[in-house]
Design a protein around this ligand. Structure first.
Ligand code: IPM
Ligand code: MN
Length: 358
């Protein structure tokens, strides 16, 4: 039987609650679709940091490198200064494991009421491919005269041809596999004239290799406008790390909230990491009120990436049917607890599988 080694990093806040539901669904899919899962559980996160001052250790990395994929909950702790865990755990994992694109689907599921009047599932269905290794996230910059009235802080946006090109190629290939292959480059060529000059040149060079994919360009501010005003114009969007971070939170709002928004940090030839993009939601920790569907959606992407296409599609279908039937996707407003929503997905996976639609 096929066996997949999945590392689980539940992390902090509501991370453990939502990852527990995601593994429950994976376990169920494993019995239905005939594969085995070996979990490797990690205590990486804020609680361990407070006890040991360790963020991500060499031995964590070594263990993670021995797995097939990672399911990540969330990290962040109210007693730890912002930035430490984010930089030293999440961003470091993305870099160490060379997860160079972040794929974030933005889809309004049938039956879910999004914030946009008159916009239905047919006109809100796109994917953001976010460069995940450099840009403003490269951690490069400097202070001059720190602490003085003349202080200057510079944060570099690093854009290497190599990283830009591999991200753009990934986006073209993803667009090619969709119904109406269309790729939008989202940048700011009119102001960021070094970085986006390079992106723009590489985009047009690479587009020559994908003649079946239609292309266009949108400045990031205009892209935000269109995402709200006419989201149907987007199919796949490729952008840099910072813009991708920002527009995918807007995307999460459009699809009904962070409770449903999942993302994948992809290394196409290595170990990828799947996460709900909503963070730790500290106000909801331990209450059983957080929506696990984003984490379960991340689990579906994980299984599809590991070649379990049927299981991935069944879970996606199940998430869609459960989401469409909930009164709201927001924490504490779902009309069901975190684990009840997980149970509903389990049941829906069983139904999908028994009627043989996947
Ligand atoms: C995300 C998050 C992270 C990011 C933070 C937690 C560092 O906002 O995954 O979108 O900015 O990439
Ligand atoms: Mn973000």
């Amino acid at each position: 039987m096929r066996t997949h080694r999945i590392a689980v990093i539940p992390g902090d806040g509501t991370g453990p609650e939502v990852t527990a539901e995601a593994t429950k669904v994976i376990d169920h899919a494993a019995t239905v679709f005939g594969f085995e899962v070996e979990y490797q559980r990690h205590d990486i996160g804020g609680v361990r940091y407070l006890q040991t001052k360790e963020t991500l250790t060499g031995s964590d990395l070594e263990l993670l490198r021995g797995t097939d994929a990672i399911l990540f909950g969330a990290i962040g702790h109210p007693d730890i200064a912002p930035g430490i865990l984010e930089q030293e755990i999440l961003l470091r994992l993305r870099r160490e494991l060379d997860q160079y694109v972040n794929v974030r689907p933005v889809r309004l599921l049938p039956g879910v009421r999004g914030p946009l009047a008159g916009v239905g599932p047919e006109s809100l269905d796109f994917v953001v491919v976010r460069e995940n290794s450099e840009g403003l996230y490269a951690g490069s910059g400097e202070f001059t005269a720190k602490g003085s009235p003349f202080e200057v802080a510079v944060q570099h946006s690093v854009n290497s041809r190599f990283a830009v090109e591999r991200c753009i190629r990934y986006a073209f290939e993803l667009a090619q596999r969709r119904n109406r292959p269309h790729l939008t480059l989202c940048g700011k060529t009119n102001v960021l004239t070094y970085a986006w000059d390079l992106w723009d040149r590489v985009f047009s060079e690479v587009s020559g290799d994908y003649p079946d994919v239609e292309t266009d360009y949108a400045h990031v501010d205009a892209a935000c406008f269109w995402m709200v005003d006419d989201p149907g114009r987007f199919d796949v969007i490729v952008t840099d790390n910072m813009f991708g971070d920002i527009i995918t939170d807007l995307g999460a709002a459009l699809q009904g909230g962070l409770g449903i928004a999942a993302g994948a940090n992809i290394n196409p030839t290595g170990i990828s990491m799947f996460e709900p993009i909503g963070g730790t939601a500290p106000g909801f920790e331990g209450r059983g009120e957080i929506n696990p569907l984003a984490a379960i959606g991340a689990a579906a992407m994980l299984l599809t990436t590991l070649g379990e296409d049927k299981a991935g599609a069944a879970i996606e279908g199940a998430v869609a049917s459960v989401a469409g039937a909930l009164p709201s996707l927001r924490a504490a407003e779902m009309g069901a607890s975190t684990s009840e929503v997980g149970d509903q997905v389990v049941e829906a996976v069983a139904n999908v599988a028994s009627v043989g639609t996947v």
